[in-house]
Design a protein around this ligand. Structure first.
Ligand SMILES: [Zn+2]
Length: 369
């Protein structure tokens, strides 16, 4: 009897002390498991699901092809000299300097005689890898602009979704289609290259060649025009890391010269156009987890959103309403890193060291292959 009571007492004592311990241990194990599952979630799914930006001071984290950004603002769907294309993609977000620059380009280009810009993809609201397309465009500093001028009549939402792009380059010869190429295209590219913030403009090699063959007088701006796959119906503007983004990773500087040399000739050999050896290999952005991105991108993902897209839409005043009202929710930036400006160009930079870090996209198969 006594022994039974003793045994019961022991059991109760054990239950009292072990249960909280077990529960605590279980909680730790569960939390760890959840954390690791969360870390392995694909970044493109998490960032692709965000409809609104991270309310914080504008800041880019990481590299153009591996990063994210806070304090994004949207370009309005319509402006006096621009229209946003493919609105359902919700990729009209960027660093305020990028958005301001597109608006400025639209005004300057209109003054040059270009009717207006059709704005393609910029970034997702918080950047990051995308569900489809683009290796880069992840830190709010890249923007695609169509090479088709804005039509006279405003496009409907449906037309913006469906209107097919005009390819300016012949897929067989990789040369521009003479009937479609206009001097205004060159003027537009020259204007875009004229801004000190713009470090590179990616165009199809055929377009680069056309400029090399026809631009007279000042050719210094051709240094920023870089040949790349695709980019036959749009050009891609890339600006440098902005002040206030100490964790933004600079790209390699372009080499001196106009680039109308052997590096361009390479594009007119077979090599760049050979079918990929392993065409089904997934692209880097399709595999990126949160662990692949800069640590701060978790905070960007978790940061509060503005009340609406309109609240974070840029109206030309240099800052959005949301950014103006924001407490810096993401780690405050130390002293702004001054990263723009020409700086010294490494002599070792290859003539087509065109953004090697963005991951070389697979060449499109040559026609007939
Ligand atoms: Zn692009």
């Amino acid at each position: 009897m006594i022994r039974l009571e003793f045994a019961e007492g022991l059991m109760k004592m054990l239950q009292r002390s072990w249960t909280p311990l077990m529960a605590a241990a279980f909680a730790v194990v569960t939390a760890l498991a959840a954390q690791s599952a969360r870390a392995e979630e694909l970044a493109k799914d998490l960032f692709g699901a965000k409809k609104l930006p991270a309310v914080a001071a504008p800041q880019s984290f990481g590299f153009y092809s591996k990063g994210c950004f806070a304090g994004g603002v949207a370009i309005p769907m319509d402006g006096p000299h621009w229209e946003v294309m493919r609105p359902s993609r919700n990729r009209r977000w960027g660093h305020p300097v990028m958005i301001g620059l597109i608006e400025k380009l639209s005004r300057d280009a209109a003054a040059d005689g270009w009717p207006g810009l059709l704005v393609g993809d910029i970034s997702q609201p918080r950047g990051g890898p995308m569900l489809t397309g683009h290796a880069s465009h992840q830190i709010g500093l890249d923007a695609d602009i169509w090479l088709t001028p804005m039509p006279d009549n405003r496009l409907s939402t449906n037309q913006r979704e469906k209107m097919s792009a005009t390819l300016l380059v012949d897929e067989k010869t990789h040369l521009v289609k003479e009937a479609l190429w206009k001097p205004q295209h060159a003027l537009l590219l020259k204007r875009a290259a004229s801004y000190p913030e713009v470090e590179r403009i990616l165009v199809n090699p055929g377009i680069k060649k056309k400029l090399c063959d026809t631009v007279k007088g000042d050719r210094a701006w051709l240094r920023k025009i870089r040949p790349f796959w695709g980019h036959d119906y749009h050009f891609h503007i890339r600006i440098g890391c902005q002040p206030g983004s100490p964790d933004c990773k600079r790209q390699e500087a372009t080499v001196r010269g106009d680039g109308c040399d052997q590096s361009l000739a390479w594009w007119f050999t077979d090599e760049p156009w050979r079918p990929a050896k392993n065409p089904d290999k997934p692209k880097a952005r399709e595999l990126m987890t949160m662990a692949s991105l800069p640590r701060e991108c978790r905070a960007v993902l978790d940061a509060p959103a503005p009340s609406s897209a309109e609240a974070a839409t840029y109206h030309g005043d240099g800052r959005s309403i949301a950014a103006a009202a924001a407490e810096p929710a993401v780690a405050a930036a130390p002293e702004p890193a001054i990263t723009s400006g020409a700086g010294a160009l490494p002599a070792s930079a290859s003539a087509f060291a065109a953004t090697p870090e963005i991951g070389i996209p697979l060449p499109r198969p040559r026609p007939g292959n």
